[in-house]
Write a protein that binds this ligand. Sequence first.
Ligand SMILES: [Zn+2]
Length: 79
Amino acid sequence: MATPDDAEDMEWDEDDATFASEADVTCPYCGEVVSITLDPGGGTVQSYVEDCEICCRPWQLTVTYEHDGSVEVTAEEGA
Ligand SMILES: [Zn+2]
């Protein structure tokens, strides 16, 4: 009775919802953990520079989305 198996309503909409829009990164300079806002529409692999909110030094960020919408973010010391 509680078996919802009409899968017709199930759509994969990759432009929507399931992709994480925030992540926590550890600053490579000051070691603080900072929450950042992500742009899931920017592609599955993104690389850009963002300044640390705490110490204002520039991170080289690499953002990688997985198939399940989870995200991996790496912050490194910028050049
Ligand atoms: Zn910092």
